[in-house]
Design a protein around this ligand. Structure first.
Ligand SMILES: [Zn+2]
Length: 331
């Protein structure tokens, strides 16, 4: 049995063939072409998928069991339809699930990118073994996915887990989603970049790291400066940690996760700058039994995530995986 994973991103796309455990065998990564017609763009993905399958079906003697797709939100994943992803204007309302099902003639599962990433970290990365896991990534906005009792929490329309848009200030900063006071407006990469470009003093080494160009300042400059003890950067990072902790506590109270997996900015900042002080800050707002049972850890998949995301969507719940979970975790 083979799985095909497809990751449709705003700038990149990945098509990957994986074995029965979800382990990637070979992948094709390309920039996301935007021909103005989603059907033409999808046909290119299908062509790559067919080429990979032709090779690996011959090599292994096995056949395609299922296709898993990670798509940018918002999406109606239960119907396999993209809604209005801001970075893929020509894909609005594209029924990718049905189109791929017609092309490959097997079951196709579609998840939004945050939920697909959560599944991938849960199956193959930092969430392995956790029954109740919350995944958060803060690259541009905040992507989040929730595993509850071993299953992805989908909600009524497949988009549960929008942790980034929980209000943490009232009325608070404007969020790009149209609401105000959202967690993303304080700790999301884009929102933080805008703030840093406005408030970084020229005396800070953050400014220097951006070659003296205010418009070029990015959160990674701040993280690097904070690691070296720059006073402004440390203060800003502390503020960011405080908002992140404020966002995590209600999630913990609501869902009782045993593991929280944090990607991008948190992973880049690392243990001593981010995770150790964050654990302390979160613990100070929890009951003792909650503190003892919770671990907050960095994401593990990094550059492998796009290949793993589609495969995790395809593989999770397959009969062979549920009967032999150790095989999933062997790689
Ligand atoms: Zn928002």
């Amino acid at each position: 049995m083979l799985f095909l994973g497809i990751d449709i991103g705003g700038t990149k796309r990945v098509v990957v063939v994986g074995d029965h455990t979800g382990r990637p065998l070979e992948q094709i990564r390309k920039p996301m072409e935007d021909s103005g017609n989603w059907r033409a763009d999808l046909a290119c993905l299908v062509e790559d998928g067919r080429a990979l399958l032709a090779k690996w079906e011959t090599e292994t003697g096995e056949t395609l069991a299922r296709v898993g797709v990670s798509v940018p939100g918002p999406a109606d994943t239960k119907r396999g339809v993209l809604l209005n992803p801001p970075n893929l204007k020509n894909w609005h309302n594209a029924p990718v699930g049905a189109a791929l099902q017609a092309a490959f003639e097997v079951e196709v599962r579609v998840e939004n990118d945050a939920n697909a990433a959560a599944l991938a970290e849960h199956e193959f990365g930092a969430g392995r073994g956790a029954q109740n896991m919350v995944y958060l990534t803060m690259s541009t906005g905040i992507g989040a996915g929730i595993i509850s009792d071993g299953e992805l929490l989908r909600g009524a329309f497949g988009a549960a887990g929008e942790v980034g848009h929980m209000p943490i200030e009232s009325p608070g900063e404007s969020c790009r989603c149209g609401l105000t006071g959202c967690l993303e407006a304080y700790v999301g990469g884009n929102a933080w970049r805008t703030r840093l470009q406005a408030c970084t003093p020229e005396s800070s080494s953050v400014f220097e790291r951006a070659s003296g160009d205010r418009e070029a300042i990015r959160p990674e400059h701040l993280v690097a400066a904070a690691k070296e003890g720059d006073a402004f950067a440390c203060g800003e990072f502390d503020r960011w940690l405080d908002y992140l902790a404020r966002g995590l506590v209600p999630v913990i109270m609501l869902l009782e996760p045993d593991r929280i997996v944090l990607g991008t900015i948190a992973t880049a900042a690392g243990e001593s700058l981010c995770f150790a002080p964050l654990r302390e800050r979160v613990a100070g707002r929890l009951w003792p039994h909650q503190r003892e049972r919770l671990s907050i850890v960095p994401a593990m998949l990094g550059d492998d995530l796009p290949a793993r995301a589609g495969l995790a969507v395809a593989a999770v719940g397959a009969p062979m995986l549920s009967s032999a979970p150790s095989a999933v975790r062997a790689n």
